[in-house]
Ligand binder design. Structure first.
Ligand code: SF4
Length: 339
């Protein structure tokens, strides 16, 4: 299989160019074409000679690929499916909201974290995405040039594929790459503690932690990760960083009727988050088969939000998007045309 160029730094692209007899400056040209102009073929790189482009195409794969399916929701949300290994696929969602276009990015095909309420977790693990696979989602959606933000909240646990995710983020946020501010990128994690620390030290992007329950035993019953890295330890780590400036930390809290949506949970959540400048996003649960809980009714979610707000925790109810095309939270990999 040919080596993919997408995801390489200018220095690595220079090496790749020189290896096949091109001038060193071809590395800079490649970076410019791929990351600044965001072309999707060697033919489009018109300041590289015809012979040079042919040599590149003989030796390397650019790393771009077209989506194999696109679904459009009645609310404008768009779900893209990209092929992965011939058997499974990767899903990306573009969420339009006034002047924003947010890409919800996948970092793995499937997931090995096993959260009980998640369709991605239920399908098992098919593999880590390479940096090229991650960046292709940015380049190959129709809205590529309109994207304003990215959230690593698609399929997979990004901190379980740390090196590839960080490499993709480096391309997104470097001056030689997409030149996005780190403020435009949010990484969502269930709390893979050692890599969370590396991420907090190695990037300036926002972080969102999927909490879903303040009580250890209840959280563990839905999220096996709690046994390895308890939420209390995640909170202790986060408290040692400064989130009062540009960088934000938020907590995702999916609401299940009669499981995590009463006053006791709201008060315990306030206690757990004490001392941390943060926001809580309440997420409506989307029913999935063979799962015992229903979504919390909206008035219950509102009461929960108000109880948190009264105790000084900023809290919002996140609008649900793309449910009709199975693009909403927790539903990725829920339904494909080929099912
Ligand atoms: Fe994996 Fe996230 Fe689903 Fe948990 S919620 S199984 S970490 S994709």
């Amino acid at each position: 299989m040919k080596q993919k160029l997408l995801g390489m730094s200018p220095a690595e692209l220079k090496e790749a160019a020189v290896r096949i007899g091109l001038k060193p400056y071809a590395g800079k040209q490649l970076a410019e074409w791929m990351y600044v102009r965001r072309v999707r073929s060697f033919e489009a790189m018109t300041n590289i000679s015809k012979e040079g482009r042919a040599a590149l195409a003989d030796s390397y794969d650019l790393g771009t690929s077209d989506p194999v399916e696109v679904h459009v929701s009645s609310d404008g949300t768009k779900k893209y499916l990209f092929g992965f290994d011939g058997k499974s696929s990767i899903e990306s969602v573009v969420i339009p909201d006034e002047d924003r276009r947010t890409l919800c990015v996948s970092s793995q095909s499937g997931c090995r974290m096993g959260c009980k309420f998640c369709m991605t977790g239920r399908q098992g693990f098919h593999g880590n995405l390479s940096a090229a696979d991650i960046l292709n989602q940015f380049l190959s959606v129709e809205e590529s040039h309109e994207l304003t933000n990215a959230v690593f909240m698609g399929m997979g646990e990004p901190l379980d594929n740390y090196d590839n995710v960080l490499r993709a983020i480096e391309v997104l946020t470097s001056d030689w790459g997409f030149a996005w501010s780190p403020k435009r990128v949010t990484l969502s994690t269930i709390g893979v503690l050692p890599n969370l620390k590396r991420f907090l030290d190695g990037s300036r992007c926002h972080i969102a932690v999927s909490l879903h329950n303040p009580f250890a035993e209840e959280r563990a019953s839905m999220m096996p990760v709690q046994k390895a890295w308890p939420a209390s330890e995640i909170l202790d780590l986060l408290r040692s960083y400064d989130f009062s400036g540009q960088r934000r930390v938020s907590f995702e809290y999916t609401m299940f009727a009669g499981f995590n949506d009463d006053k006791v949970h709201a008060d315990a959540l306030v206690r757990l988050l004490r001392g941390l400048e943060c926001r809580v996003n309440l997420i409506r649960f989307h029913r999935i088969p063979d799962f015992p809980y229903d979504p919390s009714p909206l008035p219950v979610m509102e009461a929960f939000r108000d109880r948190l707000s009264r105790q000084g925790v900023t809290c919002t109810i996140r609008a649900s998007r793309g449910e009709d095309i199975f693009a909403a939270c927790g539903l990725l990999a829920g339904k494909h045309d080929k099912d």
